[in-house]
Ligand binder design. Structure first.
Ligand code: HEC
Length: 228
């Protein structure tokens, strides 16, 4: 029996089966798994009671920090180097570094050595625990959504290959989706909702991913948020 009310424990429980797939198994054709705790916890009929101060945005964040910890562990232990795994790792780290900086005022720790997978693994675990321990507010959800929406210029960085940008987009849209759900954008801001649909469409195919188009769509999404 696990204490699933505790978001950190819940994330650890589900990720055990919902993210890490051994590289040889992936090469043999097993589909990649991408972990997103909030949406998956909505789809999986709940067999636990939520604590009173529940936020989907916070659950998403805790899940993403645990996801980063697990990929960091896999990167650190997997030899030889795997290009796809590394790109997924970097995208996950990219996202969580933004969140750690954003929420450092609330006590979230920063990454001590972002280029070393073993250090990131430890820091991501600390981040997950700290995110799970925060007293979450709607203001924080708005702050996180604003920060995610403001990453458009990152998709114009010339030094980042399109395949890595596609991985960033893949992680980002899942976060935007959970935040949009939490803040009821579908009913409250139809322009932002339409822009989000476009972002999902653009993020869907990794081989065809166009960072420039995605960046523009993200800027439209951000503008729609600021209109309200
Ligand atoms: C022991 C391994 C294991 C654990 C732990 C586990 N799952 Fe799963 N889960 C699976 C497997 C295997 C499937 C696929 C079942 C199938 O397709 O028949 C699945 C399917 C799902 C699905 C439906 C398919 C999808 O991806 O949309 C959801 C949602 C889900 N799990 C959520 C969760 C959540 C939330 C937790 C934690 C509370 C969790 N799971 C913990 C193994 C696990």
């Amino acid at each position: 029996m696990r204490d699933l009310k505790n978001q950190y424990v819940r994330a650890n429980t589900c990720i055990a089966c919902h993210q890490t797939v051994e590289i040889p198994l992936l090469k043999a054709g097993h589909p990649e798994l991408i972990f997103e705790l909030d949406g998956q916890a909505v789809s999986e009929p709940k067999h636990w009671r939520e604590s009173t101060n529940w936020s989907g945005a916070q659950v998403w964040l805790v899940g993403q920090a645990v996801a980063l910890r697990e990929i960091s562990w896999q990167v650190n232990t997997n030899n030889p180097f795997d290009e796809k795994l590394t790109a997924r790792w970097q995208a996950s780290l990219w996202l969580m570094r933004k969140m750690s900086v954003l929420l450092s005022a609330e006590g979230a720790p920063l990454f001590s050595a972002p280029d070393k997978a073993d250090a990131v693994c430890k820091d991501a675990d600390k981040l997950a625990r700290d995110f799970a321990g925060m007293l979450w507010t709607a203001e924080l959800s708005h702050k996180v959504l604003g920060r995610l929406a403001a990453t458009g210029t990152d998709f114009q960085e010339s030094g980042v290959p399109a395949a890595s940008q596609a991985r960033r987009a893949e992680r980002l849209v899942l976060g935007l989706d959970r935040l949009a759900e939490e803040l009821e954008l579908k009913s409250k801001n139809s322009k932002a909702d339409a822009a989000l649909e476009r972002l999902f469409g653009l993020a869907q195919s990794i081989p065809d991913f166009d960072p420039r188009k995605f960046s523009l769509a993200l800027q439209e999404f951000s503008a729609a948020l600021n209109e309200k």
